[in-house]
Write a protein that binds this ligand. Structure first.
Ligand code: ZN
Length: 509
């Protein structure tokens, strides 16, 4: 006998679905803002988005929603009241409760003030960055730090206020756990960079020629077609910073950045954002609007993008697949490039000042620098006014380079201007998770390299769908990693991956 749908559960889902539809509209407005919106519409667009954000917050914390939720679970104790729910539904109800409590923990006035600070902060940051004027940004940074401390107090934490902030992006991760992973990784990476620095350097001059922008764009579209991105459920556009956005599994869009002299950057961006889009497209549609229809965490999301960008894209088999296509598309530019030269150039390691263009080896250090600074700012051991100096010192310590200006130093990213503390670590976690997952994938498909070389990507997509995408938030990040790989998460896979790959590229040992 087919089970009747649970009435209270259906009501709750309907209510939540409505809020999800509104946030889908909000993300379309943001997508438009970054791609096609006329410049003069900036101020009305900010108002449109703010209005919608207010409505969504109200929906998520409304009495109506709480009442529907309370019929299924005790909000105080977390005890499930509707025992007849399936285990999947119980998990959804528990997530609804914890999301609701977190949302509710922040007073409406605080949420509004934070949203205002965030938009003013970004505005001030844009000008301050352009004019290389840290003093102009400082008052906002001070407010951002103090409001994040307040936010942590509202949300509550056991050991460290940073845990409360991190939890918003990477549920259940703590600063103590991050330290356990980051501290040994930091030592390993700085050591590897030193070894690479004294080895024979890789030549990537071939990428620095000028490549026609519209040709680059159409190559990006072809690339998407080859790896199986469905243009009927998404599209590729251009923006100043590449991003992906999804309002539903049937509409998952991505953007890329085209620079005539940074031709590899377009390829990396397209692969990266497509990895994010695959995740969103693979989320279970039946659960759209429920927590089960959402991604687990930003770290897991980033593991999907880095998977396609680095683990597949920057692998030798993929280079072997790609090179003939590149030679054909950009006739005359890459004629004499061998596979080995291409692969090495694609993976060139070079300590630099900018996170977004960093190579695989130096990238996590850019993240750790920001993480260590965030911790110090939240603890109060670093004052916002001393940020430029702290940045310079850490940059020198970790990467051996020093920025000449604050614009290319501590003001390069938008995150702090937006008020997002606790976000950066997820960028590094994504790489670590991807490596951990890859060990299991490789065991299941030891011939993956042959498939990639032949341009056959559906096996990879299916594996990711089955092990990650289709589960939504059914499991926690840790459970998901364990379920997919059979082992607890650690940084071991990542470290040995980097060690093997870069020893080959730079002929170390
Ligand atoms: Zn990403």
């Amino acid at each position: 006998m087919k089970k009747q749908p649970h009435k209270d559960y259906t009501r709750l889902h309907q209510h939540s679905r409505h809020a999800k539809i509104l946030s889908g509209i909000e993300s379309l407005l943001s997508w438009d803002q970054e791609t096609y919106m006329p410049k003069n519409a900036a101020s009305i667009r900010a108002e449109q988005i703010k209005t919608l954000a207010g409505i969504i917050h109200k929906e998520q914390t409304s009495k109506k929603f709480a009442n529907a939720l309370e019929r299924l679970i005790d909000l105080k104790t977390g005890k499930i009241l509707a025992e007849e729910l399936s285990s999947e539904q119980k998990r959804a109800v528990e997530l609804w409760r914890s999301d609701y409590l977190k949302e509710k923990a922040l007073p409406a006035k605080f949420v509004e003030d934070f949203a205002r600070l965030s938009s003013e902060g970004v505005f001030a940051w844009e000008t301050a960055k352009k004019e290389n004027n840290f003093k102009m940004f400082l008052p906002y940074l001070k407010k951002v730090v103090s409001m994040n401390r307040k936010k942590a107090d509202y949300l509550g934490f056991k050991n460290h206020p940073y845990d409360a902030l991190l939890d918003r992006y990477e549920p259940e991760m703590t600063a103590a756990e991050l330290d356990k992973v980051f501290i040994p990784l930091r030592t390993f990476l700085t050591g590897l960079i030193k070894k690479i620095g004294s080895a024979k350097q890789v030549d990537d001059a071939v990428f620095k020629q000028e490549y026609n922008p519209s040709q680059q764009f159409s190559f990006g579209q072809k690339l998407l077609e080859w790896i199986g991105y469905d243009p009927a459920s998404g599209r590729l556009d251009i923006s100043s910073h590449p991003f992906s956005t999804s309002s539903h599994p049937s509409d998952s869009r991505i953007t890329t950045r085209i620079d005539p002299r940074l031709f590899i950057s377009n390829i990396r961006s397209v692969l990266h954002e497509c990895g994010h889009a695959f995740y969103e497209m693979g989320l279970p549609e039946a659960h759209y609007g429920s927590p089960l229809g959402e991604a687990v965490s930003l770290g897991i999301h980033e593991s999907q993008s880095r998977w396609w960008e680095t683990r597949i894209g920057q692998s030798k088999p993929f280079c072997s697949f790609l090179l003939p296509h590149l030679k054909q598309e950009f006739e005359g530019k890459l004629e004499h490039l061998s596979l080995d030269q291409f692969w090495k150039a694609f993976n060139k390691v070079e300590p630099s000042l900018t996170r977004v263009e960093a190579d695989e080896v130096t990238y996590p250090l850019h993240v750790m620098l920001r993480y260590e600074i965030e911790i110090a700012l939240i603890e109060g051991t670093l004052q916002p006014k001393d940020l430029p100096q702290a940045w310079g010192e850490k940059m020198q310590e970790l990467l051996g380079v020093t920025p000449k200006t604050d614009s290319e130093g501590c003001m390069q990213d938008i995150h702090w201007a937006m008020g997002a503390f606790g976000y950066f670590p997820t960028y590094a976690l994504g790489n670590l998770y991807a490596a951990h997952l890859f060990t299991a994938f490789e065991k299941k498909h030891p011939n993956w390299d042959t498939l990639v070389q032949q341009g056959e990507f559906s096996t990879i997509k299916t594996w990711l769908y089955e092990n990650i995408h289709q589960h939504g938030r059914r499991y926690t990040g840790k459970e998901l990693l364990k379920k997919a790989t059979g082992t607890d998460f650690s940084s071991d896979a990542y470290i040995s991956y980097l060690e093997n790959k870069y020893s080959q590229i730079y002929c170390l040992n």
